[in-house]
Design a protein around this ligand. Sequence first.
Ligand code: ZN
Length: 263
Amino acid sequence: MIVKQIWTANAYRNFNYLVACDQTGEALAIDPLDHEKCLDAARENGWNITQIVNTHEHRDHTGGNDALVRSTGARILAHKNASDAIPGMSRGLGAGDVIKVGKTVELEALDTPGHTMSHVCLLSHTDHPALFSGDTLFNAGAGNCHNGGHPAELYKTFSEQLARLPASVSIFPGHDYIHNNLRFTLNREPDNRRAQELLDTLQDQDPSRAFVSTLEVEREINTFFRLRSPTVIAKLREAFPDLPDAPDERTVFLKLRELRNSW
Ligand SMILES: [Zn+2]
């Protein structure tokens, strides 16, 4: 499996992806908003884009579909409940469905509601697994729930699915938000040295050669995985004085999500 992360350099800071089979050159495009950059990357590598997966229905993830289908004839795949919002879908995905790319690549669909209620993440079946996490999980952050989402569902997705993936999973998110997110982590957990070190290291990062984290790293730097950190809880109590003595993880997650909205 070859993964090409494509930096769109747009205002929304989207990442698009091509996932290719190294034997057949078939490729799958994930959220190909910048269809020209996706086509250029495929051409440079001699790949044929045969499928598109939209992680969810938001326009900054689906806006390149029409043009890419016109140039390649690729089929569009997305969450099975997204067909009203995504024109031209030819396959609806549910939890556990497997998408084959060429001969060597298998991607498993995870049903991951929260950012929207029709959101999929893709997990590769490879020795070194990769997660294409759309707008559910970002580097050092979590998706918002403003446009069709639900914070309690997002918490369930984090706790019941993402947190249980292997620590070695590489994370490929839908946007480059790492700087802002690390600043939020440090705002909530000022003694998080790993987050501070990473922010220092990535200060001048070129997003076209972006740092790729793993779940192991996210557990250290992502507030939304640090629901039992004494500092996170103590700081949260400053904002929410009624917080119980030993708040459950769901409560902490939802309060953090609320604070992130206005931060
Ligand atoms: Zn979105």
